[in-house]
Design a protein around this ligand. Structure first.
Ligand code: HXC
Length: 515
């Protein structure tokens, strides 16, 4: 009797493991995609996965759906470990009705999210789905709504990561967008609110799936993708590395790693990275990699708005978030996309107790009608909001130009920054010398016998007076002008001094960030 029951159970379990069946699995492989279970195996520590709700089915009868019942109902959910640390995850199963979201699928996903929030573990979603299951209509739409609700409940409590390795259509893209990081597989993942057919019907525009919503489009243009993986394997590696830098939840610390890099290591060549002529570009990433442990910088949003650089690294084994201007692109000027990119990163670091180090070399906010009309005032001010809001240790180093609004926005002292350093090469002023002279001395220059000579004299005078860090240092908005060679030890000492920082604000429901 018992043996019959066990036999029946084993049969059902095997059925559940086979998802939509061998033919569908082969179809998935033929498209160059892995199955949900293969993906989970690739991501988690070997043998660590525990599936839950494996025998869920839908309870729908219309549209011949009673003949389309598969265990799991289009999503595999459960928990396991990555490098020994627990994560909760859900992976849409394309072999079952195109991985579409059903009422039961949504219940499975939100159950996992609730568990993760209760125990304080990251949530990972693997997306390969046709979106709302058309046959289930409102039940499916309401299912999405409950996922969004849980995304918001988890936001700032546990990290949420999306791995996009297939289609993600319609409103289904909004759950990934509400997570902290999105990793898309090149040539495999697509995300769009309306597909190419709708685009053609409504706008008469011909566009391919990949061009409209492929990984590169979202990596470079929209910024939806924080990372683009060459393939699914690389996507999983990116997630593992990302997790190694961040804590399990907002009450824990990020893992501390014994990197073996000397905290007192000097770099006498660091100053030589920046050209003597401040108008010449240089690569800020060279400075970052020179300073951080073992020269390892894990960049986020590498392809999007590259005029600002953000990412994680370690200093004396502890995770830091870096925000830096990139003089190689648009001379490091701040625009709408870079302001959004940096603000979102700052807010992530602040949620999860990760100190922020800001490296400054920027001529200002980008001028022009395109930026003004697209809302640089609205978007640029998010950067101010994010820095002011952040209560984690904040350290700023001004390397070169720090002019006007961009000086203020890049974590200047009065935004609540704890330690402000500058190199002797820093130039802190309302405007660059040329522009300042043009405005202040226009009348004199217009009536001068030799305007060129006068202008040179005025510019030299302004540069000598203001294009340095010492005026700011005399007012204490720069705490120390440091020797560039000593940048690494100076930052590590500041981080150590700030390790127990506590800052309490007036309680409120939440601030109203200028979206
Ligand atoms: C029901 C669906 C489905 C859907 C796909 N299928 N999408 N079933 N509801 N939304 C089924 C197909 O009928 C097929 O079943 C199987 O899944 C695999 O789909 P294929 O089309 O054969 O696969 P492929 O060629 O790889 O194309 C995948 C796809 C395409 C790009 C996802 O299926 C597609 O465009 N689907 C529609 C996407 C969409 O518009 N979704 C609704 C978005 S609105 P059989 O049995 O024939 O193999 C939305 C609202 C959310 O999501 C609201 C939240 C706010």
């Amino acid at each position: 009797m018992h043996s019959e029951k066990i036999k029946n159970f084993l049969h059902k379990r095997r059925q559940a493991e086979q998802s939509g069946g061998e033919e569908r699995i082969q179809g998935q492989h033929d498209k160059g995609k892995l199955t949900a279970r293969e993906r989970i195996d690739l991501l988690l520590d070997e043998g660590s996965f525990t599936e839950i709700d494996a025998m869920t089915t839908h309870h729908y009868h219309e549209f011949d759906m009673q003949n389309k019942k598969f265990f799991g109902d289009g999503v595999v959910t459960g928990y396991g470990t990555i490098h020994g640390r627990q994560v909760f995850l859900f992976a849409y199963d394309f072999t079952v009705l195109g991985g579409t979201l059903s009422e039961m699928g949504a219940k499975k996903i939100t159950k996992i999210m609730e568990h993760a929030v209760k125990v304080g573990s990251p949530i990972i979603g693997i997306i390969d789905s046709g979106g709302a299951r058309i046959q289930e209509g409102i039940l499916s739409l309401d299912g999405f709504a409950s996922i969004f609700y849980h995304n918001q409940l988890a936001s700032g409590v546990v990290p949420q990561i999306t791995i996009s390795v297939g289609p993600s259509a319609g409103g289904a893209v909004y759950s990934p967008a509400m997570t902290d990081f999105v990793i898309m597989a090149d040539k495999i993942a697509t995300m769009f609110v309306t597909g190419p057919e709708v685009v053609k019907t409504v706008l008469g525009e011909e566009v391919s799936f990949d061009e409209l919503g492929g990984a590169m489009s979202h990596g470079r243009n929209s910024g939806v993708a924080h990372f683009v993986g060459k393939n699914e394997y690389q996507c999983m590696d990116i997630v593992k590395t990302l997790l190694s830098y961040i804590p399990q939840n907002s009450t824990e610390e990020a893992p501390i790693v014994e990197t073996g890099d000397d905290p007192n290591r000097l770099d006498n060549n660091l100053i030589n990275i920046i050209p003597e002529n401040p108008l010449q570009p240089y690569d800020m990433k060279e400075i970052i990699t020179s300073i951080v442990d073992n020269h390892v910088f894990f960049e986020i949003h590498e392809l999007f708005a590259p005029n600002v650089v953000v990412g994680f690294a370690r200093l004396h084994g502890k995770t830091i978030g870096i925000v830096a201007n990139q003089p190689m692109v648009l001379a490091g000027a701040l625009d709408i996309d870079s302001s959004n990119k940096a603000s979102r990163f700052i807010r992530f670091c602040d949620c999860y107790g990760i100190p922020i180090i800001t490296l400054v070399d920027t001529p200002g906010y980008m001028p022009g009608t395109q930026q003004e009309h697209a809302g640089i005032i609205r978007h640029g001010s998010k950067l101010l909001y994010a820095y002011c809001e952040a209560t984690v240790p904040k350290i700023t180093l001004i390397i070169g130009k720090a002019y006007g609004g961009a000086y203020i926005a890049m974590a200047s002292k009065n935004l609540g920054t704890d330690v402000n350093y500058a190199w002797p090469t820093a130039q802190i002023a309302v405007l660059g010398s040329e522009a300042a002279v043009r405005i202040m001395n226009r009348k004199e220059l217009d009536s001068a016998k030799d305007p060129t000579a006068l202008k040179k004299q005025l510019v030299d005078n302004f540069t000598e007076k203001f294009a340095n860090p010492y005026v700011a240092a005399s007012y204490g908005t720069i705490d120390s002008v440091i020797d560039p060679a000593e940048t690494r030890p100076s930052l590590i000492r500041a981080l150590d001094a700030l390790a127990n920082k506590r800052e309490r604000r007036i309680p409120r429901k939440h601030g109203n960030i200028n979206l």
